[in-house]
Unconditional design. Structure first.
Length: 457
């Protein structure tokens, strides 16, 4: 906030500057008007000198204006250039002294916060560069009660329209507006249900591996997009995820609760182990797998949900995912190993490893692997070797030409001291690649990273 100082010296200085400026302005105006040098009658429109004309002259000979006491002025005037110059200098001096301070003060004023609500709405609805700041200001005005009921309703429509259009950038303050409307009872139940439905409908993305070897397994990845909502938190009770191939039930996976927040994300992958009797009913070739997920969306204040929750504000929602897949004959590999030893040096240089061992906490190992723009994708088993002991830790898979970081852990007790070194063994594993949704090839070469120091904590 910008305020004017109440310091007496400052106020006196402002008064002096103002008097000088006004004095200069008066001098300039008077000099421009000029001093009267005679008393000749003049036409007020064209300044023609009417001296010597007959008394019964009714119109100005120059411009034709009808002559009357109102259209005749007395006296020619001559501009006073010196007086104009003095006035201009006085004003310019004041402007020169005051403009820097005026610019400084103007820079401290948050002009957008002073803008009318209709202007801020135009910014958010047209996705201008001021949209984010405009949403923030509108949210603040809502919180302090500066919006009328009509403005609140209009702003709610703006926010929900933005939420439903995934091609437009989302702003958390837009979600805050809707959630504030709900908390204050302004939002209808239908609007609140629509808002939550849009959140859950846009949240999950399911991917199934395209090529599936008949009789083996089906790999699924379920990921969460950033939520198009405000800063409040919701909970989702995912009761079950059912996979169907036409009328054939393939698999049902039970999933637990999860929180839904503005920046929620992440993914989980799992394999569906289909029974032999079901495989017998699945033909080789292109098929469509359908997955349905039953969800209950509710406020976390209701946790844990009672068995009988009639009357509680719980949104029931079913999500449907469909994907075409190709079932290939049994024994047909769905990934291709790349045998190219010329890539070894580049592969090794793209991998860094950091090891931490915590012997006092159940012999915990922390293995941090960073992969920087690998020339080819990988699917590795990760093991550590110390003296004559080799322990497998876990597996990793990384696409080519991307930055990726993995953290894996294990619980293997080894008599090792801080600063000792181990070898990290990266061994290609075709099954690791097959259990991804995206790898169709992998670099088929083993890598040994020797003498990696261990930090013992």
């Amino acid at each position: 906030m910008v305020t004017i100082s109440n310091n007496v010296g400052t106020l006196i200085g402002v008064a002096i500057y103002l008097l000088i400026f006004l004095g200069g302005l008066r001098a300039f105006i008077l000099g421009f008007r000029g001093r009267k040098i005679d008393n000749h009658p003049l036409c007020a429109m064209c300044r023609f000198d009417l001296t010597g004309l007959p008394d019964d002259q009714q119109a100005c000979p120059e411009c034709g204006t009808r002559l009357s006491p109102k259209t005749i002025v007395q006296g020619n005037r001559q501009r006073q250039k010196k007086r104009m110059l003095i006035g201009a200098v006085m004003m310019l001096v004041v402007i020169g002294l005051c403009v820097p301070n005026a610019i400084r003060i103007a820079g401290q004023v948050h002009w957008l916060s002073k803008a009318p609500t209709w202007y801020l709405r135009s910014q958010v609805n047209n996705d201008t560069s001021l949209a984010k700041e405009s949403w923030d200001i509108l949210s603040d005005r809502l919180n302090i009660g500066k919006l009328s009921y009509a403005q609140k309703q209009a702003l709610t429509q703006d926010a929900m329209k933005l939420q439903s259009d995934i091609t437009r950038k989302w702003y958390v303050d837009a979600g805050d507006v809707v959630e504030k409307m709900h908390a204050t009872g302004i939002l209808s139940q239908q609007q609140w249900d629509t808002y939550r439905q849009t959140i859950i409908d846009q949240l999950y993305v399911m991917t199934i591996r395209n090529d599936i070897e008949h009789g083996k397994w089906i790999v699924v990845s379920l990921s969460k997009n950033p939520s198009r909502m405000g800063r409040a938190e919701l909970w989702c009770a995912k009761r079950e995820l059912k996979f169907m191939l036409g009328d054939l039930h393939l698999y049902t996976r039970e999933l637990g609760e999860t929180s839904i927040a503005t920046h929620s994300g992440g993914s989980t992958s799992f394999t569906l182990h289909i029974k032999k009797k079901q495989w017998e009913k699945i033909a080789v070739g292109k098929q469509t797998i359908t997955a349905r997920m039953q969800c209950q969306l509710y406020d976390p204040a209701l946790r844990p949900l009672p068995r009988e929750h009639d009357g509680l504000d719980i949104l029931e929602r079913e999500l449907k995912f469909e994907q075409d897949v190709q079932f290939v004959p049994k024994g047909t590999s769905t990934v291709t190993p790349i045998v190219d030893e010329s890539l070894r040096q580049q592969m090794v240089q793209s991998i860094t490893v950091k090891l931490t061992y915590k012997p006092e906490k159940y012999a915990d190992w922390d293995v941090e692997l960073d992969f920087n723009m690998l020339p080819k994708p990988i699917a590795f088993d990760v093991s550590i070797r110390f003296q004559d002991q080799t322990q497998r830790m876990s597996s990793v898979h990384v696409p080519a030409n991307k930055q990726s970081g993995w953290w894996i852990g294990g619980r293997h007790r080894i008599n090792i001291k801080d600063g000792d070194t181990v070898d990290v063994l990266l061994t290609p594993n075709v099954e690791v690649a097959e259990k991804t949704t995206y790898l169709t090839e992998f670099w088929d070469g083993a890598i040994t990273i020797k003498d990696v120091p261990v930090t013992v904590k």
